[in-house]
Design a protein around this ligand. Structure first.
Ligand SMILES: [Zn+2]
Length: 417
């Protein structure tokens, strides 16, 4: 993509209201735009990152048998009355149309998925089933201050699993745990992310959160120094020792919750009377699990973990482009060479953002640091003349000259690293 046609622009500074690093860099870099507190537009660069994250999650969900659907955001009041959550859920958006009919804007989808599955699941032979979606959620969030970490409208991946017994649910729960670790590793926050014990609610002793350690975190977690599992504040108050290994030595850290998984058991299958016939023809309740990841929050967390004072440093797997090609100099023969290099790189399959704008070197380098694409190529009068190009990694200070003839193999090596 040519930067000259990108309709968004970078900004030197933004409103002082934006306190969090993720929103400052993402707004200044032209990744997102704030409509109001907790509600954002994803701009072309931002959507590219978003889609890469989405695809990584999709691959991992498909690998554990997930079937993708999309459920509606606009939901009938009756479904929410059936589970009692119409009255008990504080952050539920409720609306009334001009006919006086009431609806919920879905903050989660148990109330929709359970009646949906009831139409298709009759026998134990139809189980297990794993269904997921990427979908807009709405939550009346009073603390919408942390950029895209905490939205009032946000896209979430939610997976729901349905099982004929508790053992099958437990086994699948562990499979999802592994898939979640794969996701966090692939998007570049594997090292900072801890499986953390959280309260299970009325239906289960524990649930689990995936918590990413960063100074921007709104949560406090305690990491067991023996087994490396986390414990959240609520659990730490209840149990002074590690629920997994029993050790008592913890390290306190600030963290962002990037995912959560629950054993719902029969909490939602019961109110909708979702049952199957077992082998002997007897009716049995269905066991459920639910597993969430907020995509905007994950994107914001990646920025909180990977940045410096100049801007974002994207992990390659989620970067909007792999290479930022920068042309320095304004004459026509050089511009032609830049165009050729850009075309060759894109034809070879590299994802390239080409800064072909008529701007100074200073402006281009500052923008490039802010946007944070991991690899940078600089074509100038001097490098073009010697049939070379300057290569610089966003993570390193030093650059190196690469012969254009061997550029493709050099870049392939860098990208494989
Ligand atoms: Zn432990």
């Amino acid at each position: 993509m040519k930067q000259s046609i990108l309709f968004t622009k970078t900004a030197k500074s933004i409103s002082s209201e934006e306190k969090s690093i993720n929103s400052q860099f993402l707004i200044r870099g032209g990744y997102i735009d704030k409509l109001m507190a907790g509600v954002y537009t994803f701009l072309p660069l931002g959507l590219k990152v978003f889609k890469k994250i989405e695809n990584i999650i999709r691959e991992e969900m498909n690998a554990i048998g997930g079937q993708e659907i999309i459920m509606p955001s606009l939901q009938p009041k009756e479904n929410w009355q059936q589970t009692g959550r119409w009255n008990t859920m504080d952050d539920l958006y409720k609306l009334k149309d001009s006919q006086g009919q009431e609806f919920a804007l879905g903050p989660t989808h148990e109330e929709i998925i359970v009646p949906l599955l009831k139409k298709f699941i009759n026998s134990y032979k139809d189980l297990p089933v794993y269904v997921y979606q990427f979908q807009d959620k709405f939550r009346m969030e009073l603390r919408s201050k942390s950029g895209i970490l905490r939205g009032r409208e946000f896209v979430m991946k939610d997976l729901y699993s349905f099982h004929s017994d508790e053992k099958d649910m437990d086994e699948y729960y562990n499979i999802v745990k592994k898939a979640y670790f794969n996701i966090f590793k692939r998007v570049g926050i594997g090292q900072e992310t801890y499986l953390t014990f959280a309260a299970g609610g009325s239906f289960s002793k524990y649930s689990h959160e995936f918590q990413t350690v960063t100074p921007a975190g709104e949560d406090i977690i305690y990491i067991c120094q023996k087994c490396n599992l986390g414990v959240n504040k609520e659990i730490k108050t209840e149990t002074p020792s590690c629920p997994d290994c029993g050790a008592k030595d913890f390290k306190e850290e600030k963290a962002i919750e990037v995912g959560n998984i629950f054993k719902l058991k029969t909490k939602y299958s019961e109110p909708f009377n979702l049952k199957v016939k077992d082998q002997s023809g007897k009716e049995k309740e269905i066991f459920m699990g639910c597993y969430g990841i907020g995509l905007g929050r994950l994107m914001g967390t990646i920025v909180e973990v990977h940045h410096d004072s100049k801007g974002i440093i994207w992990p390659l797997a989620v970067s909007p482009f792999q290479i930022h090609l920068i042309l320095l100099g304004n004459n026509e023969p050089l511009a032609k060479k830049g165009e050729e290099l850009y075309n060759n790189l894109t034809k070879s399959g590299f994802e390239v953002l080409y800064d072909d704008r008529q701007e100074s070197a200073g402006v281009k380098f500052n923008d490039s640091d802010l946007i944070g694409i991991p690899f940078r190529l600089i074509l100038s009068e001097k490098t073009a003349e010697s049939k070379q190009v300057e290569f610089k990694s966003r993570l390193k200070e030093k650059s190196q000259l690469i012969k254009q003839a061997s550029l493709n193999s050099f870049l392939n090596e860098q990208i494989k690293l």
